[in-house]
Every structure is written in structure tokens, then in C-alpha cells.
Design a protein around this ligand. Structure first.
Ligand SMILES: Cc1ncc(COP(=O)(O)O)c(C=O)c1O
Ligand SMILES: [Zn+2]
Length: 439
């Protein structure tokens, strides 16, 4: 008798584990080889195609793909609109590319519109809360640079699960508040993200609580990969380039997995070139990648990366100073024909102002890194004629009130109307684009 629609497989040795319950009983280690990284497999992929294209589904959240998520009982779904978000074509970026003689389509995936907490972490949190509920887990521990903590706090609260979130010392006040006001536990660890992860793990061991598996956690990966299904459903052509700001790399890991699952069904997708952008204040994967490239990717390059303690960055949500997933993300990026490069944090405001002027969409600093990366990629020949570019807008401006404050550029201090200078919006717009030209 088939007990479930899915199983896990150890990525190292292929050993099969029957599902989440069994995985937990093994202490989340492969019973054969002891490794911790597993992937989810479904016994029957035959209805995935119709599920993607069906006009009859009553939801466009990630739960549209329930048959291909590792949850057994629909009654356990904990949901709040996650993944039911727009794929938009941003023609002003296409126009800009055309001014540089590059004809491409530019699309954005609007995770700022996720209902629960407005980031692309909502999807993974929804699935995690649902699966934990199904397995009667009462306490959960997560280490996060910020946005994951908020998303998990929301969904765990909804599921009646107690969350303990560990954030690094430099996490935004907004991030710890966003856990705390739901009445969930938050620990600001005096140290960086690597330290927060360590303390979280030790705390979880001490209390025998479950702790999230990080960037390759199958719950986060499975949920996030549904964006590939959404692109297939909503776009006339599948992206040939995927741009994302890079911290630990769950995004690219999830996309590659979904493409492996769907390619053989005859669906029109193939691995897009991954253009992964790190802020220059915390760019260990960029430095590793540049070194490897300079030496023509020598043997062992995937294990040769720097570790930065307490990275100084204005964008703590992207501050993974110890890039333990580089061996995975580096390999995927290389296989995809992509690049890992950095964007200057000091230029994020210029990007966000220009984008807001044209679209009225306010993007947070982590999204600004991806959008800035787009401009840089255009100028450095990483985007080519005929490309279909997908930019992941990972968060909106409401995620970062401090950053929002730094966006003011038309304020004048006055006491008398004679002092008030009129503004010329055409000129403002030109000035903004001149700055973009200089990136
Ligand atoms: C808004 C936003 N964008 C991008 C990232 C990077 O995600 P990852 O590198 O795990 O795919 C994060 C999280 O760390 C984020 O919060
Ligand atoms: Zn194994």
C-alpha cells in the first residue's frame, strides 16, 4: 500500500525515507550515510502539467500545487494568500535595455505583494507551519537574518505553534518586532548570523525542539519551487535569465529542483542563467566566484570560499557571512551559465527612487540589490538580445522603515512660502536616470 504521495531521498546516497514523520524519527539524518540534505520526490508526476495549466483551480496560492507538496492532509493547510502574486512585465526596464541596444523582455515576480508578511519567505513558512501542524509539533526554532523569522512568526502563530526565532545582532528592529508582536519568542544574539544559527541549534538541542534545516530545508525548497510552476502558467515564454539577491540561495536551489521535475514532462522550461547578486557589504560568494573564475574554476573551487565574521552591511537580511551553501549555489550558477556578482549598497536608494518614480512600487533594500544587479548585468553583457529576464522582488519597502527614511530626496526645510522651491518632475526623472546610467 502506498502510504503517501511523496518520499524524501538522501542527496548523497539516494536512501529513501518515507516522509516527514520518519525523517524526524531518524533525527533528520540519513539512516544510511548520516548526511542531512534530502530532496522530496513524488511517486506520480502525471498530473502536475494539468495542475499548472488548469483553469479550474480554486486557488492560486502555493496550495494550488497541493498534490506536489509534502503534506498529506489538506485540513492541515495554514495559508494566507502566499504565492498568489503578480508576475508583471516592466516595460520601462525593457526600454532602458533597448537604449543600450539590448532587446529583452523584463518581468518581475512581486513577492512584496505576499499577504502575510510581504516577502518571498511567506511561501516556505506556510508549508512549514502546515507540515508541523500535521505532525503535531508544538515548538519550532529558526535562525534568520530577518525576513524568514517574520514569516515563520506569522504562520506558526496561525498554526498554534510556539516559535523561537534567533536573529543576529544587526537584524532590523522591524524584524524582531515582527516576531514579537505576535507573542512569539525572539532572541537577538550578540554576534552575526552564523553565531545566531549556532545558538539556535544549541538551544533546540537543549530543549529537544525542532530547528529549521536552513537553505536546503525541503519544506522551504518545496514551497519556493512553486514559483517555477507559476511562471509556466503566467508567462508566454519561460525566463532565460533569473535575477535574485543572494544570501543563502534557497531561491536558485528551489528553481533548479522544479525544473528537473518538470522538464521531462515536456514543459517548456530549462534552467535560466542565474544572475545572483550580493550587496558589496557582504559578498563572500562573489569573492569566491571571482577567485574561481580567475583560475578557470580549478579542482576544489566549490569548497574554496571566504568566511566573514560580523559583515558590515546596511542590508542585514542578506548578511550570510559564512556561505556554507556556496558549493551548491556555485555549481548551479556555473551550470546555468550565470554569474555571481555584487551591487553597491550605497546605490540602492538611487535604484529604488527610479523604480518608484516609474512604477509606484516601493522596493526594499534586498530587492534593490537585485534590481541594481539588473542594470549592472545589462552594462556588463550578462543580458543578451532575446533574453526573457525574471527579477525576484523579494520584499517591499514596508519591510525596512529605516531604509524608507533614507529615500527622501525632495524635502525642503522652510518657514515661509517664498522659500519653497517648485519641483520639476521631468527634471527629477532625468536626474534619476542619469544616476542609473552611472551605475
Ligand atoms: C527579500 C529577500 N531577498 C532575497 C533573499 C535571499 O534569499 P536566498 O539567498 O535564501 O534565496 C532574502 C533572504 O535572505 C530576502 O529576505
Ligand atoms: Zn544518505
Amino acid at each position: 500500500m502506498k502510504v503517501s504521495k511523496y518520499c524524501f531521498k538522501c542527496v548523497s546516497c539516494g536512501k529513501t525515507v518515507d516522509g516527514f514523520g520518519q525523517w524526524l524519527s531518524y533525527g533528520r539524518k540519513c539512516p544510511e550515510c548520516g548526511k542531512e540534505r534530502i530532496e522530496t520526490f513524488y511517486y506520480d508526476y502525471s498530473s502536475l502539467k494539468s495542475l499548472i495549466y488548469s483553469k479550474k483551480s480554486n486557488t492560486n496560492t502555493i496550495w494550488r500545487y497541493f498534490d506536489y507538496l509534502p503534506l498529506d492532509n489538506k485540513n492541515n493547510i495554514v495559508s494566507c494568500g502566499e504565492g498568489d502574486i503578480n508576475v508583471e512585465r516592466w516595460k520601462f526596464l525593457e526600454k532602458y535595455a533597448a537604449s543600450l541596444n539590448i532587446n529583452c523582455e523584463v518581468w518581475v515576480y512581486r513577492n512584496d505583494e505576499n499577504y502575510a508578511t510581504g516577502t518571498f519567505k511567506d511561501a516556505g513558512a506556510s508549508l512549514a507551519a502546515s507540515v508541523l501542524k500535521e505532525h503535531n509539533i508544538e515548538n519550532y526554532v529558526v535562525a534568520s537574518t530577518g525576513n524568514v523569522a517574520n514569516a515563520f512568526a506569522y504562520y506558526m502563530s496561525k498554526a498554534g505553534i510556539t516559535l523561537y526565532a534567533f536573529v543576529p545582532e544587526n537584524a532590523l528592529a522591524m524584524n524582531s518586532a515582527g516576531v514579537s508582536y505576535y507573542g512569539q519568542g525572539v532572541f537577538r544574539v550578540l554576534g552575526d548570523y552564523a553565531k545566531a544559527k549556532k545558538v539556535a541549534k544549541e538551544f533546540a538541542n537543549k530543549h529537544n525542539f525542532l530547528v529549521t534545516g536552513g537553505n536546503t530545508d525541503p519544506l522551504r525548497v518545496e514551497a519556493k519551487r512553486t514559483m517555477v510552476f507559476d511562471w509556466l502558467r503566467n508567462m508566454p515564454e519561460f525566463p532565460t535569465v533569473y535575477l535574485q539577491s543572494l544570501s543563502g540561495g534557497t531561491g536558485p536551489i528551489a528553481i533548479e529542483k522544479a525544473i528537473r521535475e518538470t522538464e521531462h514532462l515536456g514543459l517548456p522550461c530549462k534552467l535560466p542563467r542565474f544572475l545572483m547578486v550580493q550587496p558589496d557589504g557582504c559578498a563572500p560568494m562573489v569573492h569566491a566566484w571571482e577567485k574561481a573564475k580567475t583560475h578557470s574554476f580549478p579542482d576544489g573551487w566549490l569548497n574554496d570560499y571566504p568566511v566573514y565574521d560580523n559583515p558590515e552591511t546596511k542590508i542585514p537580511t542578506l548578511a550570510t557571512g559564512n556561505p556554507a551553501t556556496y558549493s551548491i549555489v556555485g555549481e548551479l550558477t556555473r551550470r546555468s551559465g550565470g554569474e555571481i556578482f555584487s551591487f553597491e549598497e550605497s546605490k540602492c536608494e538611487d535604484v529604488v527612487r527610479a523604480v518608484a518614480f516609474e512604477t509606484l512600487v516601493g522596493t526594499g533594500p534586498a530587492s534593490a540589490v537585485a534590481l541594481g544587479g539588473f542594470f549592472k548585468a545589462l552594462k556588463n553583457g550578462m543580458i543578451k538580445n532575446g533574453d526573457v529576464v525574471m527579477i525576484n522582488i523579494g520584499e517591499g519597502l514596508n519591510r525596512a522603515p529605516e531604509f524608507l527614511k533614507s529615500l527622501t530626496y525632495t524635502e525642503q526645510k522652510v518657514v515661509h512660502p517664498d522659500e519653497c522651491e517648485l519641483i520639476d518632475r521631468k527634471k527629477l526623472q532625468n536626474d534619476l536616470w542619469n544616476k542609473i546610467n552611472l551605475l
